[in-house]
Design a binder for this molecule. Sequence first.
Ligand code: FAD
Length: 251
Amino acid sequence: MHVQALARKVTSKSQVRCSFGSSKDNHSRSGIDDVNGFVTPPSYGTFVIVQISPDSKLFDALRFLLGDRARAGDFELSLYGKDGSVLQGRPSIVCLPVDTEEVRQIVAVCRQHERPFLARGSGTGLAGGAVPVGDPVIIATAKMNKIIEVDLENRIAWVEPGVLNLDLTKELTPLGFHFAPDPSSQQVCSIGGNVANNSGGPHCLAYGVTSAHVAAIEVVLPDGSVTVLGDLSADPPGYDLKKLGVVHQIH
Ligand SMILES: Cc1cc2nc3c(=O)[nH]c(=O)nc-3n(C[C@H](O)[C@H](O)[C@H](O)COP(=O)(O)OP(=O)(O)OC[C@H]3O[C@@H](n4cnc5c(N)ncnc54)[C@H](O)[C@@H]3O)c2cc1C
């Protein structure tokens, strides 16, 4: 129990502490001068490196799934602890999926381990939406950055959520089109983030904000199932549920 408790503390601070045997030895850490004047280290019990953490099984499962695209290094945990706001948190693990199936499996693993998860695009949000609270697993869409298809006839582009806003317009400009929502952060913000935040910019005064330009989204629901919200018709019937879930394909 002691090791578990200590491990929990270590994990939350993301440090691995080394301790010498029993804590009762702590009072006698100073060396003892031998006859030659050298300091002989006192003998302690087993040298223990505390590595067990409540997240280790979860991390193992995500590593099995994603290889080195599941990360828990200090650099990543610190980087993904912030967005464009003044807030700061710390995730437990950062995942970089490349497709829908991987997102689905990450969500399923989190659910199995009863851990929260949080989608993240480029981390430019100003409201702290991508700041982790309560050690969640971050699902970062940076590697889901393909423009899958451009259907000019129907004026529909099929994109993954990590596509950068301006990259879509760059792709469309030679064809005589553009993606109207243009937040000032458009060089770096993701379309998944635009959808989640319903972002806008100067063009939106004429053409409407992001929600006016999203026909359908494929989402992973918290139970790990995948569904499509919306469709390609101009005015689909029923509730407009497109802003729920982890977006991972946008049409
Ligand atoms: C310099 C600067 C200028 C800006 N200018 C504007 C502006 O003109 N107009 C404007 O509206 N905003 C602006 N913003 C805010 C920000 O850029 C936008 O809100 C942008 O849409 C966020 O996209 P992101 O990829 O960075 O999202 P993130 O910051 O990564 O995430 C934002 C929110 O979206 C969620 N999210 C991200 N991806 C997904 C996904 N795939 N599925 C589900 N949820 C997801 C996150 O959980 C989080 O809650 C600006 C920000 C900066 C730093």
